[in-house]
Design a protein around this ligand. Structure first.
Ligand SMILES: Cc1cc2nc3c(=O)[nH]c(=O)nc-3n(C[C@H](O)[C@H](O)[C@H](O)COP(=O)(O)O)c2cc1C
Length: 203
């Protein structure tokens, strides 16, 4: 069996989804995968970023994280996405990247990858589940295999019980409300395992 290649792809304005992606990266490595941690390019206007010190600070702190490219998608056997909720949907930065994948999709190069997604929002019912499901709709078009965590591990309960993918509430202070680290790590390991089980489809 060849080593599973995991791409952890995130977008984050103020660091929450970056932290979740870092936990997924660590768990993917623990599971024996070759892992790339990749950010989606920032496309917001300078004025918007300047108006939010936490956003500006996070952008600066993560300037050395490589930006995801189409080659990374082709490379990966497993992909974990982590994106914040924007009005119950994925951020435009992420959608802009997704909308560059038409060529790969047309060539069938996105099919049979094991994928799962994570999210965050300011409110406990602010759209986390819907954001993950919106993202999965695109995955069905790709022909990817969605490896949602369901309740395959008890860590889901402490994390708030989102079976579609780990999600977290971000408090007014910018800190995570639920303890989601174990749930993120379980989800990452499960996605790597599903990708390994799919190897015969991809060789
Ligand atoms: C334009 C915009 C729309 C948002 N929409 C929602 C929303 O629908 N529900 C919610 O609870 N939080 C919403 N939020 C809050 C973000 O989801 C929250 O800041 C994010 O999850 C933090 O993740 P990050 O630290 O990785 O950027 C919104 C934030 C922005 C800037």
């Amino acid at each position: 069996m060849t080593q599973t290649k995991l791409a952890v792809i995130y977008y984050s304005s103020t660091g929450t989804n970056y932290q979740m992606a870092k936990w997924a990266e660590a768990a993917g490595k623990e599971a024996g995968a070759e892992v790339k941690l990749l950010k989606v390019a920032e496309t917001a206007p300078e004025a918007a970023i300047e108006s939010n010190p936490a956003w500006k600070e996070h952008l600066e702190a993560t300037k050395d994280v490589p930006e995801v490219s189409l080659n990374d998608l082709e490379w990966a056997d497993a992909i974990i996405f982590s994106v914040p909720t924007r009005f119950g949907n994925v951020p435009s930065q992420f959608k802009q990247f997704i909308d560059t994948t038409g060529g790969l999709w047309f060539q069938g190069k996105l099919a049979n990858k094991a994928v799962s997604a994570m999210s965050s929002a300011s409110n406990p019912h602010g759209g986390q589940e819907q954001t993950i499901l919106q993202l999965y709709t695109t995955m069905y078009h790709w022909g990817a295999i969605v490896a949602a965590p369901g309740f395959t591990d008890d860590s889901a309960y402490a994390a708030g019980g989102n079976p579609y993918g780990t999600s977290v509430t971000v408090g007014q202070d910018g800190k995570m409300v639920e303890d989601v680290e174990a749930s993120v790590k379980h989800q990452a390991k499960r996605t790597v395992s599903v990708a390994a089980a799919l190897q015969s489809l991809n060789n």
